[in-house]
Design a protein around this ligand. Structure first.
Ligand SMILES: Nc1ncnc2c1ncn2[C@@H]1O[C@H](COP(=O)(O)OP(=O)(O)OP(=O)(O)O)[C@@H](O)[C@H]1O
Ligand SMILES: [Mg+2]
Length: 410
């Protein structure tokens, strides 16, 4: 049993439950066709690529929080619908669904856990390929890879179901959407909206009348850091350095610990130097959790954001950003977040911002040239940061980390 995970589920049913989404929060109603919506493989919380008038977007559905049995049936139906007609799972659809929906199998699926918990059933399954752990030996004639793809689809949705357990049945699951929407709001409030893609709550309407509510995010145009060679990642501009540090500050305010290189794309300038970044994955379960702590450490191992004396543990930070944070009033924060996050989540955002204001003031007193303006970021500040022995910053992780992202089918 994973105690941390169970504690999270408990909190999600109580004080950490998300604010429900009201239908009237939907910003746009968009007519789409099923063929324009494609599930991305290899994600935690499934996301779909969506083509609207030849423009690419990413849509993450807020599924209805119904009884688990109905939820699972819907998931299996939807997944199978998205497959080609000759897919072995589709050909044996009823057998697959009936097997997965046997009460004892369903119970195991509900508790399948998450891939990055090594003690979970789902991670054991991906490693061992042993279908007997689910009690679904009847499906052994179906290609294992097809079953693994189905389980890859299911685990994030079931995880999401459990994170939304605090919502009344029949409401839309808002746990993830609220985090992505709130991150964008705060980035805009801090004048660093360019780090986070546009995102809004929409309703998709299909030709058969079916509707889906969810977040629609602009596609980030850029390169995945994992596709770049080490040498290419050394050619960076001072502006990119500034942005990496701004993202770290934003993350401490949002308590987002998952902005690893796999969760943003970068863009190059005309000289082939890495010049900007945009982070699309802003819904890690602990983002906007109930903590006043801004001493952020990311899952990818960035150094704690604060020194023991409370000053910022970075080399430099954008002066404009610091000034913006210092001027922020609680009222502005509450107004921008009150329709998205729960009251208690907003209270903790305010708390983290107060702490950040304190850390900024303290850092200013300690070192006069810590906060710098756009023209002051240069080759020297880059060298200073990359050669630091004590700080493992976002920039250093981008340029130097040799850690690799792992997928379930690797
Ligand atoms: N707005 C976007 N622009 C471009 N690509 C996107 C966007 N949103 C998602 N993607 C693509 O979809 C993939 C999965 O998205 P995302 O990182 O949000 O999912 P996730 O399930 O939270 O992933 P993980 O938990 O593995 O980090 C990304 O790695 C990226 O390739
Ligand atoms: Mg991701």
């Amino acid at each position: 049993m994973n105690i941390k995970q169970n504690l999270l589920y408990f909190l999600c049913k109580t004080i950490y439950r998300p604010l429900p989404i009201e239908e009237n929060n939907v910003k746009h109603i968009i007519s789409v066709e099923y063929k324009d919506l494609l599930i991305e493989k290899n994600t935690t919380f499934n996301v779909c690529k969506l083509n609207i008038q030849n423009k690419e977007y990413y849509f993450r559905e807020c599924k209805k929080h119904v009884k688990f049995e109905e939820y699972l049936r819907n998931l299996i139906n939807e997944y199978v619908d998205s497959l080609e007609d000759n897919n072995p799972l589709k050909l044996e659809f009823l057998k697959v669904r009936n097997t997965l929906m046997k009460p004892d199998v369903m119970r195991k699926l509900f508790r399948m856990g998450i891939v990055n918990d090594r003690s979970s059933k789902i991670s054991y399954f991906f490693k061992s390929n042993d279908i007997s752990i689910w009690g679904i030996q009847e499906l052994e004639n179906i290609e294992l890879n097809e079953l693994k793809d189905l389980f890859q689809y299911l685990w994030g949705e079931i995880y999401s179901y459990r994170l939304n357990a605090g919502l009344k049945k029949g409401l839309y699951q808002s746990f993830n959407a609220s985090k992505s929407l709130a991150t964008k709001k705060i980035a805009d409030l801090l004048g660093i909206g360019y780090l986070i893609p546009e995102i809004e709550l929409v309703k998709l309407v299909f030709p058969d009348g079916n509707e889906k509510i969810g977040t629609l995010m602009s596609a980030v145009n850029g390169i995945a850091p994992k596709k770049m060679l080490y040498a290419e990642k050394q050619k960076i501009t001072p502006k990119f350095q500034r942005d990496c540090n701004s993202l770290n500050v934003l993350d401490a305010i949002c308590h987002e610990r998952d902005h690893r290189p796999g969760n943003y794309f970068v863009r190059l300038n005309s000289n082939g130097e890495v010049d900007s970044l945009e982070a699309f994955d802003n819904d890690a379960p602990m983002t906007f959790s109930l903590t006043g702590n801004i001493n952020l450490v990311t899952y990818w191992g960035s150094s704690p954001l604060l020194l023991s004396d409370g000053a910022l543990n970075l080399v430099h930070v954008d002066k404009k950003l610091a000034q913006k944070i210092l001027k922020l009033k609680d009222e502005e924060i509450v107004n921008s977040l009150k329709l998205i996050l729960s009251k208690i989540q907003v209270w903790f955002v305010c708390k983290r911002i107060h702490k950040m204001q304190k850390a900024i003031k303290h850092t200013m007193q300690k070192s006069a040239d810590f906060f710098i303006s756009d023209t002051e970021w240069n080759e020297k500040t880059i060298t200073e940061e990359l050669s630091s022995d004590t700080i493992n910053s976002y920039l250093k992780i981008f340029c130097m980390s040799s850690r690799k992202e792992k997928n379930y089918d690797d």
